[in-house]
Design a protein around this ligand. Structure first.
Ligand SMILES: [Zn+2]
Length: 285
């Protein structure tokens, strides 16, 4: 038994109440608007207690809402995404996506990640990448189609590996200059085209910290909308080599004894899940 799943970890639970897909609203139907702009989401002070603070309940009005992306149905409302200008999104009541995610329930995390992915897709695929004609959204799937050459443009998902490198008495954790002061985390990197997840894991670990690993164990995945990653989480056992930093990406990396870990990433992140589940498994052996 390698680990037991933690019920509070986002996206380990199948959703029961979110129907994903570009559905068609009817005039006057109850909907909820999600206001997105430049990585921020507006707080809308919902008067309805059942809805999170970032969803504005209203009724569908084709004159105002026809161009908005419909992301699916939740709590008997269609959820619509409005993409605001960066200037509007700079105002005070627009917290960053990260701060909303870190306080979200597992189900809300999924909605936020989906909305962020669809908003950036809608913003970035207005013209065909092959012939530069303006694209149009399809009604039957999340894609924007070119009316001239029929190329379809889908929301992007960028697979990444994220891995906890361990040995019997210590964890190899690293920090990037982008992290909050004092925080160390697991290693991560994008999978290149043509590469398997496992090949990417060996390559990234070697590039970033210079060590060899083996005995890979897949633990689970998490959508991470910065901007549209899918993190595939592994444990990897240390096999040899001394730490050598890739200095452009990694500011520091160290072996931390299991009982002397540094400040770790927040509980909602898969990096933390990889660490916590390892400690649980290790202490139960
Ligand atoms: Zn085209």
């Amino acid at each position: 038994m390698w680990h037991s799943l933690q019920a509070d970890f986002p996206q380990q639970l199948p959703l029961t109440d979110f129907e994903r897909g570009p559905l068609r609203p009817q005039p006057g139907e109850p909907v909820a608007l999600f206001h997105w702009g430049a990585g921020r989401i507006q707080a809308v002070n919902s008067a309805e207690q059942q809805l999170p603070a970032w969803l504005e309940p209203t009724f569908y009005n084709p004159e105002k809402h026809a161009r908005l992306v419909v992301m699916g149905r939740w709590k008997e409302r269609l959820l619509l995404i409005r993409v605001a200008t960066p200037a509007e999104a700079k105002k005070e009541d627009w917290p960053g996506l990260r701060s909303w995610l870190l306080q979200a329930s597992a189900e809300e995390f999924d909605l936020l990640a989906t909305a962020a992915g669809l908003a950036s897709w809608d913003e970035q695929h207005r013209y065909c990448g092959r012939c530069a004609t303006p694209t149009r959204p399809r009604n039957d799937e999340f894609s924007r189609e070119c009316p001239r050459c029929h190329l379809r443009h889908y929301p992007r998902v960028a697979p990444c590996i994220i891995t906890l490198v361990w040995r019997e008495d210590a964890l190899l954790l690293a920090r990037s200059p982008r992290f909050a002061p004092g925080v160390y985390s697991t290693l991560a990197g994008f999978i290149e085209t043509g590469e398997s997840a496992e090949q990417a894991l060996h390559r990234e670990v070697k590039e970033e910290v210079g060590v060899q690993v083996g005995n890979l164990r897949y633990l689970g995945s998490q959508a991470w909308p910065f901007p549209h990653s899918l993190m595939l989480g592994y444990w990897a056992e240390y096999q040899g080599g001394d730490i050598q930093l890739e200095e452009e990406e990694i500011e520091d990396a160290q072996w931390f004894p299991l009982d002397q870990l540094p400040e770790l990433p927040p509980k909602k992140a898969i990096s933390r899940y990889l660490i916590d589940s390892f400690l649980t498994w290790h202490s139960g052996r």
